[in-house]
Design a protein around this ligand. Structure first.
Ligand SMILES: [Ca+2]
Length: 305
């Protein structure tokens, strides 16, 4: 079903108001083959009880999002076939069991990055709960722009259970649109993060949780897109490891940029008046286009002498 305000303007506004800024896109990019990138989109659920599903709309321009992917009453889906270096524009609509559709959420654009990713040059360690510098796995290895090195929590004289956390001071205050996490690349599983929290701060003292989720069990670089936020500090907190052990490790933690655009203009309502003498041969006598404003009704009034 293609959502459209024309399907039923009545009720449109009833389900349109919960998708906007609550949309959270979490992207899990993997693979390096052109055209094979995938993005996993996640969003906040519409709280209405009769939601039947959602439709993701996307394309390579803000004006033309000609591809759609309909899902049921879930809050995540995966879009594949994305190309590195290409910018994609995503928006989301919800529809209910009566077939009523919401308007589009804000559009979020995302450029599938071309490696290397944003350089961590100038970043500093602000805090780490545990690390193993004597073993060559200091916290700074998580942002040294080298995928072969990694931060690992201390293990020589015993381990401490999660949560484990690393906080990084960026080289400057930035608008952060997401973050990346690359698990250790030496083939071992110890420390691979499953459940995580991502936090940001402007001063390194007061922190805001920006994302909480679970990474898939994979050695690929994970990308999580967020509602843009300005921050000088980022923090990644590991709540559970993939193997449920106490270790935590990260080869690279990075940030990415995303641009938020205003929602697309509402669609027009096309009203066509036709008449017929035999109820078979209809001729159009009037057509007008009106900007859709949401809930509205039309009435045809006919007066005869
Ligand atoms: Ca590294």
């Amino acid at each position: 079903m293609t959502p459209s305000p024309r399907i039923s303007p009545f009720g449109w506004t009833a389900i349109c108001c919960v998708l906007f800024w609550s949309i959270i896109i979490a992207a899990f990019i993997h693979g390096c083959t052109k055209g094979s990138e995938t993005i996993n989109l996640a969003w906040s659920a519409n709280p209405e009880e009769d939601i039947a599903g959602y439709i993701v709309h996307w394309g390579t321009s803000a004006e033309v999002r000609d591809r759609q992917h309909a899902v049921g009453d879930v809050t995540s889906t995966t879009i594949g076939g994305l190309e590195q270096g290409q910018t994609y524009y995503f928006s989301l609509t919800a529809h209910d069991t009566a077939g009523l559709s919401s308007e589009h959420s804000d559009t979020i654009s995302y450029q599938v990055p071309m490696p290397p990713w944003i350089s961590p040059h100038g970043w500093k360690l602000h805090y780490v709960s545990s690390h193993a510098p004597s073993e060559g796995h200091s916290a700074e290895k998580a942002f040294d722009d080298d995928p072969e090195t990694f931060w690992h929590t201390f293990w020589e004289l015993g381990t401490s259970p999660p949560p484990h956390e690393i906080q990084i001071e960026l080289d400057r205050k930035q608008t952060i649109g997401g973050f990346t996490y690359l698990p250790r690349q030496d083939g071992h599983r110890n420390g691979d993060i499953a459940d995580y929290e991502f936090l940001t701060s402007e001063d390194g003292i007061f922190w805001s949780e920006m994302a909480k989720g679970t990474f898939p069990e994979s050695k690929d670089k994970q990308v999580v897109l967020l509602p843009p936020v300005e921050a000088r500090y980022i923090g990644l907190r590991m709540l559970r490891a993939q193997n449920n052990a106490h270790h935590c490790a990260a080869a690279e933690i990075g940030i990415i940029e995303v641009t938020v655009l205003p929602p697309p203009p509402p669609m027009n309502v096309r009203v066509i008046l036709q008449r017929s003498e035999d109820m078979q041969d209809w001729q159009s006598v009037e057509m007008i286009e009106l900007p859709a404003i949401g809930k509205e009704f039309f009435r045809l009034q006919i007066e005869t002498p």
